[in-house]
Ligand binder design. Structure first.
Ligand SMILES: [Zn+2]
Ligand SMILES: [Zn+2]
Length: 181
């Protein structure tokens, strides 16, 4: 079951975002969740007020809205929430602006320039790139070997920009980056 938008069938559901009741008859957003209690691996939904979900998981809501054929009251208000920059999460805070650099946390990312894997623990440069999800385009990080970054971006001042975006980057990381850029 993909994420969904539907008219609330009862007033028994509670919004997972704000913990308030979802009134019967209003549109609600269902976030797919795997039901660990069912032996056939079935899934069920966590329900949210549409507006609460728009602020919390905008990408998912946009996808669900694209698949929803009914009318959405307060559509403008919803679009405004969806267009707003994501709130900094309580855990990690806002992600640094692009470009930034970091140690690769896995060996799964591939370099945008040479298409080779970026080894875990080595420095990688993250740049903003467009990601086509099929129904809409969003932006997300793309990764590069430092040695490939200058060629990919054609930007001689890349390391200066990274320094500006990452005032707390360690000298060690910066040196590792500078050696290759
Ligand atoms: Zn809510
Ligand atoms: Zn590369």
């Amino acid at each position: 079951m993909p994420d969904t938008i539907e008219e609330s069938k009862s007033n028994r559901a509670t919004c997972r975002t704000c913990k308030q009741k979802i009134d019967k008859g209003v549109l609600r957003f269902g976030e797919e969740t795997v039901n660990t209690f069912s032996s056939d691996g079935g899934s069920s939904y966590f329900w949210h007020h549409l507006e609460c979900a728009a602020g919390k998981v905008p990408a998912k809501v946009k996808t669900a809205m694209a698949n929803f054929s009914g009318a959405i009251p307060d559509r403008e208000k919803l679009d405004a929430i969806l267009a707003a920059p994501p709130k900094a999460s309580a855990k990690g805070g806002a992600k640094a602006a692009f470009p930034y650099a970091e140690r690769a946390s896995t060996s799964r990312s591939k370099c945008l320039q040479c298409d080779e894997a970026i080894e875990k623990g080595t420095m990688r440069v993250a740049v903003e790139r467009e990601v086509d999800t099929g129904s809409f385009t969003t932006t997300g990080p793309g990764y590069l070997h430092p040695a490939c970054a200058a060629e990919y971006t054609g930007d001689d001042a890349l390391i200066e920009k990274i320094k500006t975006n990452m005032p707390t980057i360690s000298q060690e990381d910066l040196a590792a980056l500078g050696a290759e850029l």
